[in-house]
Write a protein that binds this ligand. Structure first.
Ligand SMILES: [Zn+2]
Length: 190
């Protein structure tokens, strides 16, 4: 299998994270998972991006058991992703990082017993889908409104802003104006 655009060194370093794992066993032995995922393994995140290039998402996840025998998960997923700027509609590259932290639970009852300051991470019965978890967390970490940092894009946007305000003002007075014209056009009653 060849991956276009990747050097042999990068190929050697690419360690795809396993998908379905026994999280309790990982916590008991205090494992740290490190590896990479590509957008092929993250369909929801890929759907929100501009280009289907092959950025590599670096993932690191610590599993630990706390005094109450809860499975605590802490880690990070980060990569350089290509998004579409909402101002100029050009694609640009941006660093997206998701900090992942929470208590892994297998059902809603267990989620309800998680301390209020912790985030429950819903998993299957005894197993967690690592790809799905990273996909969800990365999707949440994407900027709500993607904007590039090109100065010309910024300049264009700042010129357009007052025009937008004027048109918003016009829109506000429009219904009234329409009413007025309706009134004046009303045929005299007989
Ligand atoms: Zn832009």
């Amino acid at each position: 299998m060849t991956l276009p655009g990747l050097t042999s060194r990068a190929m050697k370093q690419l360690v795809t994270l396993a998908r379905i794992l026994d999280y309790r066993r990982l916590a008991l032995t205090g494992q740290t998972l490190t590896g990479q995922l590509t957008l092929k393994q993250l369909p929801r995140t890929r759907g929100a991006l501009a280009a289907d290039e092959a950025p590599v998402i670096e993932v690191s996840l610590d599993f630990a058991e706390d005094a109450q025998r809860r499975v605590r998960l802490k880690g990070r997923a980060a990569g350089q992703l290509v998004m579409t700027c909402q101002r100029c509609l050009q694609s640009f590259e941006t660093t997206v990082a998701a900090d992942i932290a929470g208590v892994v639970v297998s059902d809603d009852d267990a989620a309800a017993s998680v301390p209020r300051e912790d985030e429950p991470i819903l998993a299957g019965d005894g197993v967690i889908d690592i790809h799905e978890l990273v996909d969800d967390e990365l999707l949440l970490a994407l900027p709500l409104v993607a904007r590039c940092h090109r100065p010309e894009c910024r300049a264009e946007y700042e010129i357009e802003a007052p025009a937008e305000q004027i048109s918003a003002g016009e829109r506000k007075t429009n219904p009234f104006a329409v009413l007025q014209s309706l009134k004046s056009d009303e045929p005299p009653q007989r």
